[in-house]
Every structure is written in C-alpha cells, then in structure tokens.
Design a protein around this ligand. Sequence first.
Ligand code: KIV
Ligand code: ZN
Length: 523
Amino acid sequence: MTDTAKQDHVLIFDTTLRDGEQSPGATMSHTEKLEIAQMLDEMGVDIIEAGFPIASEGDFNAVSEIARQSQNSVICGLARADFRDIDRCWEAVKHARRPRIHTFIGTSPLHRAIPNLTQDEMVVRIHDTVSHARNLCDNVQWSPMDATRTEDDYLCRVVETAIKAGATTINIPDTVGYTAPRESAELIRMLIENVPGADEIVFATHCHNDLGMATANSLAAVEAGARQVECTINGLGERAGNTALEEVVMALKVRNDIMPYQTKIDSTKIMNISRRVASVSGFAVQFNKAIVGKNAFAHESGIHQDGMLKNAETFEIMRPEDVGLAETNLVLGKHSGRAALRAKLKDLGYELADNQLKDVFVRFKALADRKKEVFDDDLIALMSDETTNAEHDRIKVRSLRVVCGTHGPQEADLTLTIDGVDQSVTATGDGPVDATFNAVKALFKHDARLQLYNVAAVTEGTDAQATVSVRMEENGKIAVGSSADTDTVVASCKAYVNALNKLLVRREKAGGDVAEVSYKDVS
Ligand code: KIV
Ligand code: ZN
C-alpha cells in the first residue's frame, strides 16, 4: 500500500463532475463545474475526477482549469484504453499540483466483445496503455470496467498486468450495480490475496446503485481492504446513481466503533455542496434521502418530538450541525440590518465582499417585504438564484403579469429585454406557466425542448418561495436553469429564461467543439 493510503485512512474520490455529470440531463456549465470543484477541494476530497477530457472541448477546458485552480486535491481525468485519449487527458490534468490519469477498459465477457479483442489481445492493450500513461504521469489509476461480472482468474490477470505496467491505484467498478455486500468484500479480498504486487497499490471501489446497495457495497469493500471509495455528491449519476459521498463519510464517522476508518472530509460542508449540486444539475434531492434529504433530521411524529425534547439522542444518531445543517429557525425580518445579514450569511458559508453584500441586501429587503419570516433556507435560495447575477445574459425578464381563472386559457403579458431591447407580447396557454413559456417562445424563437420542469417550496407556508428548475435540450446540448421567487410563475419564467441563456452560451461555443463522445464509446 502506498503512503497516500494508510491502513485506517480511506481516500475519498469524488466523480460528481465525471460519472455524475455524464448522466443524461445532469450537464453543468463550465463555471458551475469550477465552483463545485472548488467546494470539493475545500471540503477535503482527496481526488477529484474532473471530467473526461477527450469527450469535448468543453470537458477538456473544464478539467484543465480545475487542474490549475486546485489547491489540495489530486485532479484526475478519465481516458479510455487509447493513446490519444490518454495524451488528451494528460494535456488537461498536467496543470494540477497533483495530477492523475485514470484509464479503463471493459473486461467482462460482454464488454470484451465490443472492441472484439481476445483475452490475450486485451492484456497487451492494457499493458501498453497503462505503461503509456505511466510514462506521462506518476499517478495512474486503472479500472477493469464491469469488474464484478468479469471471471475471477481473468480479473486477477488483468489487474496484475496493470500493476506491472505502473498503475498505482486499481479501481474495481460495479458498473451495473449488480453486486451485493458480501460479494463486494470477497472480490477485493480475493484480489488482495491472489494478485502479485497488490500490497504496493491502493484498491478502490466504484459502485452503482441499481439495487440500492452502492453504499453498503462500498463499505464492505473497505472492510475487505479497499482504501479508496469512489462516489458522488447526492449519489448523482446515471440510472440509479453512484455511491453517495455523504453516506459513506457519515457512516464511517457515526459507526467508527465498528468501521474504524478515517476520511479527511469536513462533514460540516456536506449540506452546502449537496444543495449546490442539486441546483446546478437540476436533480432535486428526494425528501427522505439519507443525510441530505429535507426530512433526514426532521422529527415530526408526536412520540419523536417528545423524546427529542427530553434527550436529542433518543432518535438522533448524528447532529444536524455535523453535516452543516443549521437549526431551521427564524433568522431575519424586514427590520434586520446589513450586519445581521452578513453574520447570518457567514454562518451559512457565504463570505461576501462589501459590494456583493450591498446587492444581496437589496434583494433580501425585497424578499422580507413580501415574506414576513425569512428562514435560512430562504437565504440559501436567494444566494443560489442564478438569475440575479446575470449582467451578461442576452435575455432578461423585465415584467410579467398573468391572468388566471377557473376557465382557461390563461393569459401572460410578458416583457423581455433581448440584446438590450424591450419586447412585449401577450400569449395564452393551458395554465399560467404554459402561457408564460409560450410568451417566451413568441418573443425569442427557439427549437429547444423542455425536458424537465420541477417546482419545490423552500419553506412552509403559503408565502413560501418556490425554487424552480428547468432542463432544456437543443441538438443534444442540455442546459439547466433555476430561479427562486415567492411567485411560482415568476420563478418559472426566470428559470426558463436562465436555461435559454445557458443554451445560447453553449451554442456560441459549439463552433469549436469536437464531436462529443461518451466513455461508453469503445474505440
Ligand atoms: O462505472 C464504471 O465502470 C465507470 C468506469 C469508467 C470507472 O464509471
Ligand atoms: Zn461508474
């Protein structure tokens, strides 16, 4: 085992920006990726898989810039078992203080059939590509994709080949979420016992959640000797997602009595990054999701409340503040001043310069005028409202008035400022949101298709703010827009326009894009 992974230390490898982001619909913009990467770096993630550089010009640029900005984390890029992929990956990650190349090939019978390689030919390919990566970078991770459905003897053979060729981390992916805890542990144990050189490298576990066992499978692998867990924030990822970072970190923390392993993660930063990932990906967190769901710390039944009042430990195995969840309390009202706002925002993890505070204070006052009580969650929604920081947007919402009635159609009067010019229209639709979206379409013609429309109340009460996410697709490019407002239709309109603005930026950049490839396109 290398000195990066001690016996009782588990490395956290976050792949939100690669495996998470490659899941259909979870596309993040360049700026959002940089922001998430910075948050991951600050929370103590050991390795950030920042993207798949060969996939597109956009991915390449994001990985390069994340590599340049990273302070502590190792920055890793993904590459198929192909020299061009590996070279492109190195070009992007080489700017990091601590770069890593992650290269992989599918080794199960089903995956071997795709590039049509015999077992022996694949071994040669693995040897050559890992050696090539190692000549570029002294930190190389190798993965046999679909390892959990690969024959044991062949898996030992390919892992040994990769170690001999210079891999420093061997990742064992459960690509289709097929394994179960006991089997996951046995596989790691089998490899450690049988593969020559296994004690020189770090074994990693990479689980998908198709059967709801990703976290359990990852922890079982750790107990068997894996010392790197691959995971994503909120369990974001294709199909049922990947292992959730917050679940692994908190399980190791809360049940350290039976799983005596440490991570470097500052768990108090979990809530903030969970909210941000949900907002930029457009994938809302389910209410009863472990650790980060809205109900994870809510004790609503009578018995629970009584027990909680007597002794919080009766029903609580961890404290809300351990994951960065401040008690939901009344924070500010319309008479609160700037200093109180600054202090509260600091508590919530937002440090603002004077000019930023000035702007946020104006928006806070407007909100407090419409809403008697301003809670922590309201301030978080206010801070993550993407439509308020949009000087460069080509389209801006200037005014909206909607007429509703029991008998439709509903009517929306909308004025947008498009490239600096005000334009107005009245449109009808089946409901206020449909009428509003039709008005946007009438003013700014586009072919983008609405893929998802999601509304959530930030707090309780009829004066609660609504946060709205809108996902739109145009020629294979996806953008997620979001906005918050006490008026659901206004929030919807702004979120729609926000997504359109992002698509316009992607459209402008598309000129330079190479064809986008997925890590599943085997060459
Ligand atoms: O699930 C998987 O097999 C992967 C590999 C590319 C590591 O994500
Ligand atoms: Zn995966």
